[in-house]
Design a protein around this ligand. Structure first.
Ligand SMILES: NC(=O)c1ccc[n+]([C@@H]2O[C@H](COP(=O)([O-])OP(=O)(O)OC[C@H]3O[C@@H](n4cnc5c(N)ncnc54)[C@H](OP(=O)(O)O)[C@@H]3O)[C@@H](O)[C@H]2O)c1
Length: 159
């Protein structure tokens, strides 16, 4: 199973200047809880924005170069990254935009954190074809403990 996990603003933005647009503690906790124990696949730029391998997860970084990163497995395409794991494994694609765009056709599930606010940024999530996906859960929060806008955790599955 391949799951895309992403936090996206209501205008589609996901990042700016190789960093996130917000800090939502509840979302970070959810991300850690859901992905721990599973492989996480990311683009080289997202790895650099995180700056270290995520603990308790097999980290796979996709690059076209021959870069090696201690504590990470390297792949030169999404297909090569996915082929590292058995079919029963739940693989999480954790960004960024280039990797989400290429992974979308392979994904079985989308775990979105929709931030109900518009942001300016330079990186956006690709448009979702709504005929291909159905919503199976949605949980809305009016604000975070330290975050002032509403956000929703949404799960979509492929039809
Ligand atoms: N809101 C969220 O949930 C979320 C999550 C993750 C990231 N982000 C944001 O997204 C932004 C980064 O996204 P991005 O699109 O700029 O970069 P990215 O997708 O993280 O990484 C792009 C890099 O991945 C490699 N790559 C891409 N396609 C490849 C392919 N087919 N084969 C081999 N390598 C490939 C290339 O690395 P090389 O140049 O090394 O060849 C490319 O430069 C940041 O702002 C980050 O904060 C947001």
């Amino acid at each position: 199973m391949i799951t895309i996990i992403v936090a996206v603003a209501e205008n589609g933005m996901i990042g700016d200047n190789n960093s996130l647009l917000w800090h939502i503690r509840e979302d970070m906790v959810r991300f850690r809880t859901i992905t721990s124990g599973h492989p996480v696949v990311m683009g080289r730029k997202t790895y650099e924005s995180i700056g270290r391998p995520l603990p308790k997860r097999t980290n796979v970084v996709i690059t076209r170069s021959d870069l090696q990163i201690e504590g990470c497995r390297m792949a030169h395409s999404l297909e090569e990254a996915f082929a590292m794991f058995d079919d029963e494994e739940e693989i999480f694609v954790i960004g960024g935009a280039q990797i989400y765009r290429q992974a979308l056709p392979f994904a079985d599930r989308l775990l979105l954190t929709v931030v109900h606010h518009s942001y300016e940024g330079d990186t956006s999530f690709p448009a979702i074809d709504e005929t291909q996906w159905y919503e199976c859960s949605r949980e809305r929060f009016e604000r975070g403990e330290e975050f002032e806008y509403p956000f929703s955790f949404v799960e979509l599955r492929r039809m």
